[in-house]
Design a protein around this ligand. Structure first.
Ligand SMILES: *Cc1c(COP(=O)(O)O)cnc(C)c1O
Ligand SMILES: [Zn+2]
Length: 403
C-alpha cells in the first residue's frame, strides 16, 4: 500500500510509514482531496464515505460502525456557551469515543502491512478502542497500562481480551519505547499520533463540513491532550482548503485542563512548541482523558490554532463539573469530564468577547460519560412515595388535565 507522508513544519516528504520527521515533528499522510466529489451527497456509510482519502480500504467488522456521528443543533446550550451550539457527538462511536475513527484506519492498516500484533500505550479510551478493533479483525493486541489502574478501567479494556501488561516505571517514557519496539519487532504500537490514526480523525472534520455546507461553522471546539485529534481536524481543514471547497476555515479552539496545560501556556507566550510540564507541577484532574504533560503533537496543535485564528484555553475542574452538568441538564448529553471542556472553554472565550452569540459553534464531546458512571460526582436526589399516595403526590405537582 503506497503512502506518502509529509511534515507540517518543514514540509519534508517520506514514502514509508514512520511516525516522526527528521526535524522531530510528527508526520501525517498525504491524500488528494481534489479528486473527491465534495458536493455530491452519497450513501451514509459513516467515515468510509471518505475511503478514497484514507490510507486503507474499508475493512469488515466494527470499523464500519466508526464515525458517521450525528451533528445536532442544541439550542439549550446556547446560553451556557455564548454562541449558537451544534454538538458533534463523538460518544456515539462503537467504543464511545472519537478514538474509533483512528483505530478503524490504523488497526486494519497495520494488519494489511503484515503485522500480526497491534498494541497501544493507554489506560483509557485509546486502549479500549484499539483492543476492540483488533478483536474485530481477530488480531492479537497488547495494551500497556500503568501499574496503578482502577479496576473499572481494567475491566473496560479487558472485555475485548487483549494482553494487558501493567508497566512499572515511568509510564510517560513509554511513548518513545513503543516507537522503538515497533521498529524492532513485528508489532505496531499505535500511539496517539500514529499517522494512520490522524488520517482517521480528519473524517470528523469532513463530516462537520458536509453537515454545514455550503456554510462553514465559525468555531470548532475540542479538548486537547496529546494533540492528536486536533492534528487530524486541522489536516481535514487543510485538505478542504486544498480542494477549494472552503475559503474561511473554522477557528479551531482547543481546551486543556488547568492541571496540565502545556499547550495553553505555549499559546499564551507565543512559543512554537510546548514546554513539558514537570511532574511536580502537574495536578490531579477529573478529566483523566486529557492532561498529557508532554504532548507529542503539541507543536502541531499550536500550528493548527494559529493557522485558523483560533485559541487555546484551560479550564478548572470546577468549570469542567459545571459544564458536564450543563451538557446533561440543558442538552441531554452524557459526556465524560474531558469532553465537557469544550463547553467550559467556549464559555470563557465568549466572556472575553472572542465568540459572539450569533456565531455557530461546534462543540465536540469526544467521549461518552456512560463509562464513568458510578464514580461519584452527581448529586442524586429522590423521594420515596407509597403507591397508594402516588396520585395525591402527583396532584400536588401537576394541574388537572385541561384545567
Ligand atoms: C484521547 C482523548 C482526548 C484527547 O485527545 P488527544 O488526541 O490526546 O489530544 C480527549 N477526549 C477524550 C474523550 C479522549 O479519549
Ligand atoms: Zn519536519
Amino acid at each position: 500500500m503506497a503512502v506518502a507522508l509529509s511534515c507540517h513544519r518543514c514540509e519534508r516528504r517520506y514514502d514509508d510509514i514512520r511516525v516522526r520527521c527528521d526535524c522531530g515533528e510528527p508526520l501525517w499522510i498525504d491524500a488528494d482531496p481534489t479528486t473527491f466529489a465534495w458536493d455530491e451527497r452519497r450513501d451514509a456509510s459513516g467515515m468510509w464515505r471518505y475511503e478514497t482519502l484514507l490510507p486503507t480500504d474499508r475493512p469488515d467488522g466494527v470499523a464500519r460502525a466508526a464515525g458517521g456521528t450525528p451533528l445536532v443543533r442544541s439550542p439549550g446550550l446556547d446560553d451556557a456557551a455564548g454562541g449558537r451550539v451544534f454538538v458533534k457527538d463523538e460518544g456515539e462511536n462503537p467504543t464511545g469515543s472519537y478514538k474509533d475513527r483512528g483505530s478503524a484506519v490504523a488497526v486494519p492498516h497495520a494488519v494489511a502491512a503484515g503485522d500480526d500484533v497491534v498494541g497501544t500505550v493507554s489506560y483509557g479510551n485509546m486502549a479500549i478502542s484499539t483492543a476492540a478493533h483488533a478483536a474485530s479483525l481477530d488480531r492479537e493486541c497488547i495494551v500497556f497500562v500503568p501499574e496503578e489502574i482502577s479496576s473499572v478501567r481494567l475491566e473496560l479494556i479487558a472485555q475485548y481480551e487483549p494482553t494487558i501488561v501493567q508497566v512499572r516505571g515511568e509510564y510517560g517514557a513509554l511513548y518513545e519505547d513503543a516507537l522503538e519496539l515497533s521498529e524492532r519487532l513485528p508489532i505496531s504500537v499505535l500511539v496517539s499520533d500514529a499517522p494512520t490514526r490522524i488520517s482517521g480523525y480528519k473524517t470528523a472534520l469532513f463530516e462537520i463540513y458536509e453537515s454545514f455546507a455550503p456554510d462553514t461553522p465559525d468555531v470548532i471546539a475540542l479538548p486537547a491532550s496529546s494533540g492528536g485529534f486536533a492534528s487530524g481536524v486541522w489536516l481535514g481543514v487543510r485538505e478542504l482548503e486544498r480542494a477549494g471547497v472552503i475559503d474561511e476555515p473554522p477557528r479551531l479552539c482547543l481546551v486543556q485542563t488547568a492541571a496540565a496545560d502545556p499547550i495553553t501556556r505555549a499559546f499564551e507566550d507565543g512559543s512554537t512548541d510546548p514546554t513539558p510540564v514537570p511532574p511536580e507541577e502537574a495536578g490531579e484532574t477529573i478529566a483523566h482523558s486529557i492532561g498529557n504533560p508532554d504532548p507529542p503533537s503539541g507543536g502541531r496543535a499550536l500550528a493548527a490554532v494559529r493557522d485558523t485564528d483560533g485559541a487555546v484555553v484551560s479550564v478548572t475542574d470546577d468549570e469542567i463539573r459545571a459544564a458536564q452538568r450543563q451538557f446533561a441538564v440543558e442538552g441531554g448529553f452524557c459526556v465524560e469530564p474531558a469532553s465537557a471542556t469544550p463547553l467550559a472553554g467556549v464559555s470563557r472565550l465568549a466572556e472575553q468577547g472572542d465568540v459572539s452569540p450569533e456565531e455557530s459553534v461546534v462543540l465536540v464531546p469526544t467521549g461518552t460519560g456512560f463509562k464513568e458512571l458510578g464514580t461519584g460526582g452527581t448529586d442524586v436526589t429522590t423521594e420515596t412515595v407509597h403507591r397508594a399516595e402516588l396520585s395525591d403526590r402527583l396532584e400536588s405537582l401537576l394541574p388537572p388535565r385541561g384545567g
